[in-house]
Design a protein around this ligand. Structure first.
Ligand code: MN
Length: 341
């Protein structure tokens, strides 16, 4: 069989199986020894060929045959709180290490920082050296395994923080969110052979390998990435909080079960107040949102007051409550809609 026919056959086979998502281990762009002396060749080899490879294998194993085959890596990460520990750890492990290899290069192959990133760093951290000190502090104070990050926040600003294990700032489990453009692996597998317990020495030396040109590319890409807006919306914790109580009271009411609403109307009202006083995403339609949140708060107060009022006709009260919670639910979706403008 000619090579072309073979490729055609493979394509037909692939299309008939629906192009399932399968992740592959990216090649390291340089020889293992090229990262010395900052990181020794054996560490690079084990780190890439064993650790990173295992994250890829385990991720593929976990998603094969599930709905997760069809969704993007960003969606896998973004909703990490809803996924199994296996998916969270291995999707994170694959994403984080792929980013790490992208930004590491031996001196001769490094490209300079962009003017834009340099200015952004200087305006926030005064100098690159002080940014490095900030990242190293986040990295050295991360207890146990994890990563230190330089991220672009939903507001388009730079921020530094660390996450545990293979979590990262795209994930909804991270208390601070954004798109990472630089990450330092502080798992012991990243440095133990050469540095043993001396994480600080590894942190001082790893910067010799940082390719600021690659970090600059990621900075420019992050600023224009639609994912940033998705994270911003997902990061409005007050609305997530409100949504949870709304869902847990409204949906039972749809099935004529008013017990959750009656026992939690005070909580619903309290969450509406917190939501009203929170800061919506900067890209959202603010005047419209403030107006809708004011109406939502009033509606939840009315619901709470009706719940507390003794009623002769419980059926009639339930019908009235249902009408009111439905309206609150509509206003809530109005707020959500305003975020999508
Ligand atoms: Mn690692």
């Amino acid at each position: 069989m000619s090579k072309n026919l073979l490729i055609q056959g493979l394509l037909i086979l692939l299309s008939s199986t629906g192009f399932a998502q399968v992740y592959t281990l990216p090649n390291l762009p340089f020889e293992f020894a090229a990262y010395e002396p900052a990181v020794d060749a054996q560490t690079m080899q084990i780190h890439h060929d064993k650790h990173h490879a295992a994250y890829v294998t385990n991720l593929n194993k976990a998603i094969t045959g599930t709905a997760m085959e069809k969704i993007s890596m960003n969606d896998l990460l973004m909703y990490a709180s809803f996924r199994s520990a296996t998916v969270r750890n291995n999707a994170g492990g694959h994403y984080n290490h792929s980013l790490f290899w992208d930004i590491l290069a031996p001196k001769a192959s490094q490209r300079p920082i962009s003017k834009e990133l340099q200015l952004a760093i200087e305006s926030k951290y005064t100098s690159i050296d002080s940014l490095i000190a900030t990242v190293n502090k986040a990295a050295s104070t991360r207890f146990g395994s994890g990563w230190a990050w330089l991220v672009v926040t939903p507001e388009g600003k730079l921020a530094v923080y660390s996450t545990a294990n293979q979590d990262n700032p795209i994930m909804d489990v991270s208390s601070e969110r954004g798109i990472p453009i630089l990450g330092i692996d502080v798992w012991e597998h990243a440095y133990y052979l050469k540095y043993q317990n001396k994480r600080a020495d590894y942190l001082n030396n790893i910067w010799a390998l940082i390719n600021w040109g690659a970090v600059s590319d990621k900075y420019a890409a992050a600023l224009n990435d639609p994912l940033l807006k998705e994270i911003e919306k997902d990061n409005w914790l007050a609305i997530k909080d409100f949504h949870k109580v709304m869902a847990q009271t409204f949906h039972p009411a749809e099935e004529k079960n008013f017990a959750p609403l009656k026992s939690r109307s005070g909580e619903l009202y309290a969450k509406a107040i917190l939501l009203k006083n929170s800061t919506p995403p900067v890209s959202a339609n603010n005047a419209g949102i403030q107006d809708a949140l004011t109406r939502l708060e009033k509606q939840c107060l009315d619901i709470h007051q009706l719940v507390q009022k003794p009623a002769k006709d419980e059926e009639k009260k339930n019908a009235q409550l249902f009408e009111m919670i439905t309206k609150a639910h509509d206003i809530f979706h109005e707020v959500e809609g305003l975020c999508h403008d």
